[in-house]
Design a binder for this molecule. Structure first.
Ligand code: FE2
Length: 299
């Protein structure tokens, strides 16, 4: 029993909670680094960085585990990922040696047409096939597979024959990749398409989760023509339910997790972001503690 409890405590100790680094947060973050276990940066913003800027990023990575987050590949598509994009990621990974790199389960262009956001693919056998081919392509070029992130969507993708969780589970089963689980994306999709978010969480490939995003959004109605929908805008604090989902995840997934607070504007004071880190830490601890009775039983 003592050994099992030690194992749970060790996993909890290796959980890391941090922030998505943005230039607007840099000054405040410098003062707050003692409370931040890990940092994530948008990889695409560094593809054309100068050698001096890359040295600064590598130095940041030497201070805290660094995660590179890609936004432009469009992996979940029947179109092959442009080799140049994968090569740019490969160069950045080689230069800054991150703890991991990630991309979205989304498409961002169709042919030459740039959509301008991360669009959910039709959930079908064809898009699973395209995603797996792209995953293999980028794995070969970069040298390691990305953590793959679930995306939020306001429209149920047309031409879908699978649910989001069935589609996602098959990608991870056949792609042998790890997951960056965005709990607000999951929460927003669950509410917008009238599913229980905790049931949806249980259907995700939780054993594959290595990274977690926590963010917030706002309710919108007139823009969607009637029924209010939760828009994942990264401009608001994570709602209580997202922390509850993190507790459920920490209870059901024993592996250590990187948890990142993701904010892309309307930045609050650093103290407020540190409070959110503290809430995430507490939510994780509650989930880890809830595992212990199971472990005792198994022991
Ligand atoms: Fe995210």
């Amino acid at each position: 029993v003592a050994a099992a409890e030690d194992a749970v405590a060790a996993a909890a100790e290796r959980d890391r909670i941090g922030l998505a680094w943005r230039p607007e947060l840099a000054a405040g973050l410098h003062e707050a680094m003692a409370f931040v276990d890990a940092l994530e940066v948008i990889a695409d913003n560094w593809f054309h960085a100068s050698s001096r800027e890359l040295s600064a990023l590598a130095a940041l990575g030497a201070e805290r585990p660094l995660l590179l987050h890609g936004v432009g590949m469009g992996l979940a598509s029947a179109f092959p990922v442009a080799r140049g994009r994968a090569e740019a990621m490969a160069r950045l990974v080689e230069r800054v040696r991150p703890a991991a790199w990630s991309e979205h389960l989304a498409f961002v262009r169709a042919g030459d047409l740039e959509i301008g956001h991360l669009a959910a693919p039709p959930r079908s056998a064809e898009t699973i096939e395209g995603t797996l081919e792209n995953l293999e392509r980028v794995r070969r070029v970069v040298g390691s597979p990305p953590w793959l992130e679930n995306v939020a969507t306001l429209v149920d993708p047309p031409f879908s024959s699978l649910t989001e969780t069935a589609w996602t589970a098959r990608v991870f089963r056949d792609g042998d990749a790890d997951m960056l689980l965005d709990l607000h994306n999951l929460y927003a999709n669950a509410l917008n398409f009238r599913t229980d978010p905790f049931a949806m969480l249980r259907e995700m490939p939780l054993e594959r989760v290595r990274g977690v995003h926590l963010s917030g959004g706002r309710w919108t109605d007139h823009e969607s023509g009637g029924r209010p929908r939760l828009l994942d805008d990264h401009l608001h604090d994570p709602p209580d339910a997202v922390y509850d989902l993190l507790t459920a995840l920490a209870r059901d997934a024993p592996q250590p997790l990187f948890v990142i607070i993701e904010r892309d504007g309307c930045y609050p004071a650093m103290d407020s972001l540190l409070l959110q880190i503290g809430r995430a830490r507490a939510a994780l601890a509650t989930g880890r503690a809830a595992r212990q009775p199971d472990v005792r039983q198994a022991a």
